[in-house]
Every structure is written in C-alpha cells, then in structure tokens.
Write a protein that binds this ligand. Structure first.
Ligand code: B12
Ligand code: SF4
Length: 524
C-alpha cells in the first residue's frame, strides 16, 4: 500500500485549493497512518515552479503523486492571463478595420501562446514530478484529476505518460480503493496506455461519500503554505455544502461532473468546518456548490445551514455563491442577508422566458424577479453579477429586447450600480446538450478536439453562431472601444440604443413550444 502521498495542486490563480484539501482530509480519516503533504503551486512564483517541485519531492519522497488541475479554459468576459481572450477573438473575427483585425490576430497569438504554454508547462510538471519521484520510489504511482481534467479527460490521455491514472469528478472513492489495493477501475477513471475511458464515463453516477467537517488542524500540519490564504483579508475560502445539480441546462457540464443526484452535507458538519476557518481569522467564504439552492426541496437544508451559522455566533462573516434565485422565500432572504451574503452570481443566461425554456434551464423568470424583490426588501444592498450568454439558441432581436427589459427591471430592484451584467459567450464544452446540438446541426463533427484553440475551432467553440454572430461581434467591439472598463453595462446600453426595449410582460411570458425548441429537447 502507498504510504506517502504528495498532493500537487498545479499552477492556478490564487483560488483556495479546496479539492486537494478535501481529498487529503478524507484519506486521513480513512487511513490515519498514511503520511501526506500538500504542495500548492498556486502560491509559488512561475520561475520557481520546477525547482520548488523538485525540492518538495526530494524532501518528501512520495510513493503516490496526486496532481490536481483546476482550469484550462480561459474564455472570460474579463482580462485573462493573455489579455482579454474574448476581445481578441472578436476583433479577429468581426472587426471591419484591418488594423483592429490585425490587433485581434496578434492578441489571439498571445492568447494561444499563453494557453499552450500553460498546457505544456503543466504536462511538463506532471512528467517531471513523476520522473523525480521515481528516483526514490521506482514504483511511484500518479493520479491526475480536478476540474480541468473532468472536462478534458479524454484529450489529456493523449499527452500523459503511460500508467498515469486519469480521474473524472470527485476523487475520494477512487483514492480509497487505490490505497486499499482494490480494483478501482469501476470508478470514473482510466489508466493511460492500459485502459480506455468508457463510453459516456462522465455520465456515470459518482460513488456517494459521507462528508464530514474537514479537519483543519490536520490540514495545517501537512500544508506548510496554508497561511498564504489566510493573510489576505478579502480572500474567499471555499466550503462545499452539497454536491450535484439536478438541472439540465443545455450548455452546462457541472450537472454531469457532479452528477444529478444532490448530496447535501450535514449542516452541523459544514458549520464545524467553517468554525475552524473562522477561528483562524477567515471571514469570507465561497460556497463552492454548483448551485447553493439547486431546487425547491433543498431550501430547508439551506435555511438550516444559515440558521446554524448564526447560532454558532459567526455573525461577522461574508459569503458568496452561485444562486439560481428561483427558490427563495422572504424568510430565506432575511437569513441570507443576516448571515452576510455580499455577492452572488445568477446565471440566468437570457432575460427572455422563451429562451430560458428552450435552453432547458427549468426556471421561471417572474419568480426570479419576485425573489430578488424579497432579497432587496430583506436589506440586500451588495453586488449581484448577472451572467448573460447571448445567442445560445434561437436568439432574435425580439429576445434581445426582452433581455434588456429584464435587466432594467433587475437594475430597478437592486440599483443600477449594484447589478453587474457579465456578458459571456458560451464556451462549448464536451458532453453537453449543446455539443450534441452542434453535431446535429453540422456545426461540429464528432471527434473534434475541444482543447484545440486554432481560430477556426475557436470560431465554433466560442458559441456565437450566425445570423446574429456578426451583430453581437460588432456590438461588443463598439463596447470595448467606448467603455472598456464597464464592458457589460456598455453592451446593454448599445443594444438598447440600437434595438429598443420590450415590455417586461413580453419577456416574462413564453409562447408554447415551436419546432426549433424541440430540436434541442430531442438531444438528451
Ligand atoms: C465554485 C467554482 C468557481 C468559483 C470559485 C470560488 C472559490 N473561492 O473557490 C469562481 C466563481 C471564483 C470560479 C471562477 C472560475 N472558474 Co470555476 N468553478 C467552480 C465550480 C462550480 C466548483 C469548483 C469547486 O470548488 N468544487 C468543490 C471542490 C471540492 O471540488 P474540486 O476542486 O473540483 O475537487 C474535487 C474533484 O475535482 C476531485 N479532484 C480534484 N483534484 C484531484 C486530483 C486527483 C488525482 C483526483 C483523483 C481527484 C481530484 O476531487 C475533489 C474532491 O471531491 C466548478 C465546476 C464544478 N461543478 O466542479 C467550476 C470550474 C472549476 N471553473 C472553471 C473555470 C474555467 C473557472 C474560471 C477560469 C472561469 C473564467 N474563464 O473566468 C474562473 C477563474 C478561476 C481562476 N483560477 O482564476 C472550470 C475549470 C475547467 C475548465 N473548463 O478549464 C470548471 C470545472 C467549470 C467548467 N465546467 O468549465 N469558479
Ligand atoms: S442550474 Fe447551474 S449548475 Fe445546474 S445544470 Fe444549470 S447551469 Fe449547470
């Protein structure tokens, strides 16, 4: 049995490495004698990655290497690591001015360099770590997992050394079986060069585990750099309160990675975990659930959790989360405000009920508005980020006008300065309904490489199809020209100037199914 486990969190923006923390905690609870160490490259300057990894391996001499890889995709509406990838892409594809087009091309080159550079660097670090660890233990075994691996597990197998175990989704059960010397291949994983990922493996139900409060005394003891995340006062430390999302939104892979079965962690355990962080000075928490309140039946669990946070005396904290805002009651809103919620993201995607239904998102925009009013009435006076992804399916000028009407209503409720429109274009991900739709519409061919970011692939993966693609391209370019620091609001203003605004009532009512809607519904 492996008895010295090194967790290497691959380089990442400083986001608390909650994944490896939970894995190490779980392994410790099941195998208290196993020696473990957490090494987080997120806290190391880039020039030192290789030498710091070498030094850690030389000192710890692991028999099992766990590599955790958080993110690969870089498309975001904000400045990314190689500048603003969305802006460069749009300049390249949609700018009329040749100089702007050229600037876009150069920007894209920089983005591609950054993207492939990070990819190869991380693959190189994994190989380097394995080679180094073999000096001390020739039988050392390596497992690679984490958010990025869950999305791109099929592609990554082509670049990792034979014998590497590639894992999808949560890793607790796999590690448990591996350490017990049991057959682990029934978990969502495969071994490079030996087994192939099963067809639709990511859709298999994760093995449920009972989650108890993470033991931070232990984590502190095996993670010398833990303090790094405690020093910044405004840092949000991750706490997971449940796993799984029962919904079916057409572009989303969370519901597949975590599974549709929602598994709620006992409120007492979540509070006990937060309390340990609180006692170490943490005041900002991010509930890392795919959705904090995934459906009506989980409302009571959230009320219980928030009440217990208050009962525990943690009355000076702040917290943030992804919240669908369709399952709130005035009582819950009151608790949310009293427990310190100071930021939330609602991914409504569109302000048109008709499109929300076509994208299979399963909520009622009227209810969302009502719940937002309740939140405001309860005293919520902080920032809401509203994620809009234009042009996903069947967008028209009418549905854009409806989205504007809806957005203005949210501004009316919370105050225009409090509602931040985050304008995304969906980055098409494998194993989603939207991918299947793209196959059916001959936009993509099965076997395409979702990790390829050559312009002709990006053009399809960064979902902005014609006939409205060029229109949105032009609007976004105008927004970056006019007001790059307030891009989202500028896009909304330009759209309203050009197209006008629908009646709110029109946005909130959806006519009954049309043929196009059925095309996507038939995809599952
Ligand atoms: C919450 C969240 C956020 C929050 C994080 C808040 C915080 N302070 O923690 C916010 C909103 C800030 C955020 C931002 C981003 N996110 Co995010 N986020 C998530 C989400 C929903 C949950 C992540 C999480 O913490 N889960 C809870 C922990 C416990 O799980 P975990 O870390 O995944 O670890 C488990 C497993 O992965 C596994 N595991 C982990 N490592 C290993 C290693 C081995 C060997 C094994 C066996 C298992 C294993 O076991 C762990 C325990 O069960 C996921 C989607 C999802 N449902 O997973 C996306 C996700 C991680 N994000 C993603 C991305 C891309 C981003 C952004 C880069 C988006 C952007 N373009 O701006 C940004 C920026 C992040 C950065 N590095 O700068 C992607 C990453 C994959 C990819 N596409 O490249 C994901 C997977 C979403 C997606 N489908 O695309 N995110
Ligand atoms: S509700 Fe959110 S997490 Fe769940 S499937 Fe939809 S987009 Fe994904």
């Amino acid at each position: 049995m492996a008895n010295r486990i090194l967790y290497v969190r691959l380089p990442c923006n400083p986001i608390f490495p909650i994944g490896v923390v939970y894995l190490a905690d779980h392994v410790h609870k099941v195998f208290p004698t196993v020696e473990q160490r957490i090494f987080d490259l997120g806290t190391v300057p880039p020039l030192d990655y290789a030498s710091a990894l070498d030094a850690c391996i030389d000192e710890f001499r692991p028999t099992l290497l766990i590599f955790s890889w958080r993110d690969i995709q870089i498309y975001a509406p904000v400045g990314g690591r190689g500048g603003n990838p969305l802006q460069h892409t749009f300049e390249f594809f949609y700018a009329r001015n040749p100089l702007v087009k050229l600037r876009g091309a150069l920007g894209l080159l920089r983005v591609a360099k950054g993207y492939y550079g990070e990819l190869w660097r991380n693959l190189g670090l994994i190989k380097r770590g394995m080679k180094r660890a073999k000096r001390y233990n020739p039988d050392v075994c390596s497992v690679v997992g984490g958010g990025a691996v869950s999305v791109f597990y099929e592609q990554l197998g082509k670049s990792l050394p034979a014998g590497t175990i590639i894992s999808v989704g949560e890793g607790e059960a796999l590690l448990e079986k591996l350490l017990q010397g049991k057959n682990f291949l029934d978990e969502r994983c495969y071994i490079v060069g030996q087994t192939k990922p099963r067809d639709r493996m990511i859709h298999e139900t994760p093995t449920p585990i009972e989650k108890t409060a993470c033991n931070y005394d232990y984590i502190e003891a095996i993670w010398p750099e833990f303090d790094y995340y405690l020093q910044a006062q405004d840092f949000y430390v991750g706490v997971q309160t449940k796993r799984g999302c029962p919904h079916n939104c057409c572009y989303c892979i969370y519901t597949v990675i975590e599974g549709k079965q929602v598994r709620v962690n006992p409120a007492d355990e979540v509070v006990a975990e937060m309390r340990q962080l609180y006692d170490r000075g943490v005041r900002n928490f991010w509930f890392t659930d795919a959705q904090l309140i995934p459906a009506r039946k989980y409302m009571d669990d959230v009320v219980e959790l928030l009440q217990k946070i208050l009962d525990a005396g943690m009355d000076d904290i702040h917290w943030a989360a992804y919240i669908r805002a369709d399952n709130l009651t005035p009582e819950m809103c009151d608790l949310m405000v009293r427990t310190g919620m100071n930021y939330f993201e609602i991914g409504i995607t569109s302000g048109s009920q008709e499109l929300v239904r076509k994208m299979r998102m399963g909520y009622n925009l009227r209810t969302v508005l009502q719940n937002c009013q309740d939140l405001k009435a309860a005293g919520f006076n902080d920032l809401v980020s509203v994620n809009y992804s234009f042009n996903v399916i069947d967008e028209t000028f009418d549905t854009i006008r409806q989205t504007i009407a809806y957005h203005r209503e949210l501004e009316h409720i919370f105050g225009a300065d409090k509602v931040e429109p985050a304008i995304f274009f969906i980055g098409l991900q494998p194993h989603t309904h939207l991918e299947k739709y793209a196959f059916d519409q001959n936009i993509l061919k099965p076997g395409y490489d979702p990790m390829n970011i050559t312009p002709w692939t990006v053009n399809k993966l960064l979902w902005n199809p014609e006939p409205l693609g060029s229109f949105f391209g032009e609007v976004c370019l105008q927004a970056w020209r006019q007001n790059p620091n307030d891009f989202g609001r500028e896009v909304m203003n330009i759209l309203e100037q050009r197209l006008g605004r629908a009646d709110l009532e029109e946005a909130l009512s959806a006519p009954i199914a049309e043929p196009k809607a059925r095309e996507l519904t038939a995809v599952s």
